[in-house]
Design a protein around this ligand. Sequence first.
Ligand code: UT7
Length: 328
Amino acid sequence: MPGAKITALGCYAPPGVLTNHDLEKMVETSNEWILERTGILERHIAAPEIATSDLAVEAAREALAQRGIAGTDLDAVIVCTVTPDMLFPSTACLVQDRLGAKGAWGFDLVAACSGFIYGLTTGAHLIMSGTHKKVLVIGADTMSRIIDYTDRGTCVLFGDGAGAMLLEPAEDGEGFIGFLNEIDGSGGDYLKMPAGGSRMPATCESVAGRMHYVKQDGAQVFKYAVRKMYESCRALLDLHGLSPKDVSLLIPHQANRRIITAAAERLGLSCEQIIINIDRYGNTTAATIPLATRDAIDQGRLKKGDLVLFAAVGAGFTVGTNLWRWEY
Ligand code: UT7
């Protein structure tokens, strides 16, 4: 059975920026509150004509160019998102077409903030099955389309962005090491978009009731996220006979600086072992992990041979952790 490794990374954040000071003019909030409670300074927001597939294609093209391959070389495209261009066709189909990935198959993967980690897990197993040579995993979300900019509890948190990683077969000991993913639907009510699906289709009433926006009980999500981020990282490391000191870098989902530092503290990780870039992007849902990986590379904090722990907790609840040996 072959292994799977990450061989390229592409990222894209739309040029528009919404700062905390901009938000001060929109809702009853302050730069100080947002920074202290979340760690966020600004987030990127897509122009009105831009949709998730546009962000995804930009990130995907960069990954393909980095590896010097064409869309036709891809065997599968997985788009992790909770903000598809439309319910169907899938955003994966739209992206596949624009990349010219003729002959590839693919699908959208809905796991909110854990989406990219579930995509990596799935992509790695397609490669390890021996049936796929090149799988492109994309995390892309245009959260600004489903955020209520009159709700200060959520509108300060989210931003738009995309990232893509290319997965290819690996030699023994390279790349993918393992995963521990878990869903817990009992937490579904704490973070959701109630309308727009088959339970509550779009009606004048659902729109007037602002039900097509993200609703969150922040305190409940916060508590769960801190506990599960720690527990799942710990359990995955235990499973592989590793300890936190073996980890070169924890690349966590960026939902709140306090969630990351609390989990890292419980794991006994030093500041050098974690990457935080929520200040510049906010929570971009499925895109946070590749965007943070890009920053780690740019800062010279991620090198070939490093042991990387990816971890996320999100709506659902969904929990995801992956261990990889970084290979380029
Ligand atoms: O990606 C996974 C999904 N999401 C998350 O992981 C988010 C998890 N939750 C959080 O990050 C935090 O719970 C929040 C950042 C959402 C909220 O921070 P908090 O420290 O838990 O605040 P809180 O909800 O307990 O609210 C404290 C106070 C409240 O006022 P009162 O009731 O004490 O008077 C809120 O109304 O802060 C108020 N508040 C704000 N004040 C200024 C809530 N949002 C704001 C705001 N600006 N933007």
